[in-house]
Design a protein around this ligand. Structure first.
Ligand code: SAM
Length: 202
């Protein structure tokens, strides 16, 4: 039996983006979005903590969507929706301007090789798109293990409409990648907190 097909019928997974945006998105007050949720630990914890909010997890790997959707069902969380997509496409197609209350990405792929820099998600162009979709005054949190990626992101920030606060933080998210780094004795991470202070038209 094709489990993915049967799971696609699950209300947890957004199978029809347009219908979903028309039906659910318009009727929800507070929306939080996690970009690249991986095994979903942080998404699941936040959704359990804030049952009145809607949580949308965006992840490009189908296997992660399947794994996390099973956990959402087991935990009986009815305020999570999972979207199998590249985050850029999801933000472009699915969310209107000024619709997201909080966004976060924990340990986004750092693409350390120079020839792969083009694949880094938080480019200036993407930050402008993210700004457009966030509500004025709301925040986006990015945490990375890579100092190089952190510095690169800071250079992308001018003209993206965000005020930035960056700091070095101890482990605190208990995700698969945070645990992986801890096992390798990395005990500090780079946190970038963005606050939308100006609206960017895209
Ligand atoms: C290094 S893992 C971190 C996973 C999780 N946040 C954690 O802390 O364990 C990065 C995740 O982002 C996902 N990802 C990478 N690029 C993406 C994109 N453009 N859109 C959506 N997800 C993406 C990957 O599939 C992977 O699951």
């Amino acid at each position: 039996m094709d489990t993915r097909k049967s799971l696609c019928k699950s209300p947890v997974i957004i199978a029809d983006r347009e219908a979903w945006a028309e039906k659910d998105l318009k009727h929800t007050k507070t929306i939080e979005v996690e970009i690249g949720f991986g095994s979903g630990e942080y998404l699941l914890r936040r959704a359990a903590e804030y049952p009145e909010r809607l949580f949308i997890g965006i992840e490009k790997k189908a296997g992660m969507i399947t794994e996390v959707s099973k956990r959402v069902t087991c935990l009986k969380l009815n305020n999570i929706r999972l979207l199998e997509s590249c985050a850029k496409d999801a933000f472009t197609d699915l969310f209107p301007a000024n619709s997201i209350s909080r966004a976060y990405s924990l340990f986004p792929d750092p693409w350390p090789k120079r020839k792969h820099l083009q694949y880094r998600l938080f480019s200036s162009e993407y930050l402008r798109l993210l700004n457009n979709r966030l509500i004025f005054g709301s925040e986006a949190l990015i945490v990375t293990d890579s100092e190089d990626y952190c510095n690169w992101m800071l250079k992308q920030l001018p003209d993206t409409g965000f005020e930035v606060e960056n700091s070095i933080i101890p482990p605190q998210f208990d995700t698969r990648f945070e645990r992986k780094w801890l096992e390798q004795n990395f005990n500090t991470f780079f946190r970038i907190l963005l606050k939308k202070v100006r609206h960017i038209e895209t």
